[in-house]
Ligand binder design. Sequence first.
Ligand SMILES: Cc1ncc(COP(=O)(O)O)c(C=O)c1O
Length: 366
Amino acid sequence: MLKRIDIGRDYKKHEEEYLEAIKRVCVETAFSGGKYADIFDKEFAQFLGVPYVQGVNNGTSAIHCALAALGIGKGDEVIVPANTYIATAWGVTYTGATPVFADCTADTWEIDPKSAEEKITDKTKAIIGVHLYGQPFEYNEIRRIADKHGLYVVEDCAQAHGARYEGKMVGTLGELGCFSFYPGKNLYAFGEGGAVSCKEKKYNDYIYVMKNQGCNVRYYHEMIGYNYRLEGIQGAVLSVSLWFLHEWTRRRIEIGERYMREINNPLVTLQKHPENTEPVFHLFEIMIAGDPDRFLEYMAGKGIECNRHYPVPCHLQKAYADLGYRKGDCPNAEELAGHCVTLPLFPEMTDEEVGLVIDSINGYKG
Ligand SMILES: Cc1ncc(COP(=O)(O)O)c(C=O)c1O
């Protein structure tokens, strides 16, 4: 069975480098934060081209930290796309603020600036744009709206390491950028990991203290803190992975573009990738006409595992039932949730495997 994603292939290829890096951390017992987490912060900042990166324990914490650094809290509202992984909204909820869900566009499947603007109230403090599936959202328009209403823009880059918008790397556009290094992300740790990128020292310094139990100086707690540090082993593994990221991205783009060119089944709708963006194909999502489960079964019968991101949009999740959303509130996100399917895509896929996926899809009759 061809897996939807198989990170074991990367491990087999680079086992020596990974184990060597992990061993160094163990020998030096630099386990929590510390030298190897700090080295990765600097390397990732250099990769992005920003002055500051704070590694944290996961991408959800990254969003929480970014919003807290902006002073967002109880009584505030933050606009979040309805079609994202739920953790984007968790980050808002953890601050005490309320997520307000905006629809996506019908073709790019990214946050719809028009819908976002309609959701602004006098309580709104920020818009979180998510570069979903590795496709940069329409930043300029979101920025224009944010500036018009005096709002911050936070980027959720959990699925888009290295993607570019008008030539600029995502994570360098808004006030802060939030990354996840969950296993299977374009850049991933051997466990949990995340980071916040920013250009302003004040945000960086706030997050440093926040993630570090509220301390700048050990045992002197300046604020209510969190234990959100990046582990040393994850920092060391991420430094190794960062060597390979360019090659992985190149291969993801090669596979993604081949899918775009060669999938021609009229039952399939592909995501639109605007000219001014350079997506990195974290997830290759399609919309399938009819019942997606039937398609998943068909693909499984061909020896291909697919899954779905995401079958229920955030505004209709039970966890947020108290917010009072109804079916029909974000129609494009609901349509996407009803028909989306994720195809296998990872850098170590062979050309034959990519061909098998394409031929199988093109042979699907519904
Ligand atoms: C869009 C998005 N935001 C946030 C997160 C949260 O990251 P983590 O799982 O590292 O907490 C993820 C990870 O799955 C994600 O895909």
